[in-house]
Design a binder for this molecule. Structure first.
Ligand SMILES: Cc1cc2nc3c(=O)[nH]c(=O)nc-3n(C[C@H](O)[C@H](O)[C@H](O)COP(=O)(O)O)c2cc1C
Length: 189
């Protein structure tokens, strides 16, 4: 890295952190709001601000976990179903301190990909803000999220694009595993 500052450090040292590294420490409501305010600062064409979030804490995490296992049971063919996976689905929620359902609100004013892109920008902001508060997390996109509409009370024009699981953690910070940027750019000068 040639230059360093707080923004560049956060971008480079933000990592996927999962439940294995989460501690029991509570994430305060204030910190959750700080993280979501950062998401809300994302760029958005025509200011449609298409990101929506449902925040699960405490008992809400139990309800989310139960619903994820139930959906897994419902949609998985009997020969592929395992009790261990069903329990694991629930644990992703219950072993997190907070889970945030990531939702795109399609307005019809823009191509859908633009609303999805803006919401993805919001998720990266959320992730970086959490990192800056020493909170880790990851964006989970199991197929089950396509069946969460009823549970999340989504409108017809809304789609869940993942669940973001969060927790204070004890993971070591590490450099990103990426192939060189030189392989992905072309200069036109
Ligand atoms: C759109 C999207 C979907 C993702 N879905 C999952 C997922 O379902 N499960 C998971 O463990 N990680 C998921 N991730 C996180 C990636 O696995 C992770 O970012 C990648 O391994 C790079 O690691 P890093 O975040 O530490 O740089 C997702 C990331 C993105 C951007």
């Amino acid at each position: 890295m040639s230059k360093q500052n707080a923004v560049l450090d956060a971008i480079h040292f933000r990592r996927t952190v999962n439940q294995n590294s989460f501690t029991q420490e509570d994430i305060s409501r204030e910190d959750i709001l700080t993280i979501l305010e950062a998401a809300n600062a994302a760029p958005t064409h025509k200011r449609t601000q298409p990101w929506r979030f449902v925040i699960f804490r405490k008992e809400g995490l139990e309800r989310l976990g139960t619903e994820l296992s139930r959906i897994y049971k419902t949609v998985t063919p009997a020969e592929k179903y395992t009790e261990a996976t069903a329990q694991n689905m629930a644990k992703k929620a219950t072993q997190s301190n907070v889970a945030i359902a990531l939702i795109v609100n399609y307005t019809g004013d823009l191509p859908e990909w633009e609303e999805l892109a803006a919401t993805s920008c919001a998720v990266e902001n959320l992730w970086l803000a959490a990192h800056s508060l020493h909170i880790g997390g990851y964006w989970a996109t199991p197929g089950l999220i396509n069946h969460l509409g009823g549970f999340l009370n989504l409108a017809e024009n809304q789609k869940c694009i993942g669940i973001f699981y969060l927790g204070h953690h004890n993971a070591e910070s590490r450099e990103p595993a990426r192939s060189p940027i030189e392989d992905k750019i072309r200069w036109e000068e």
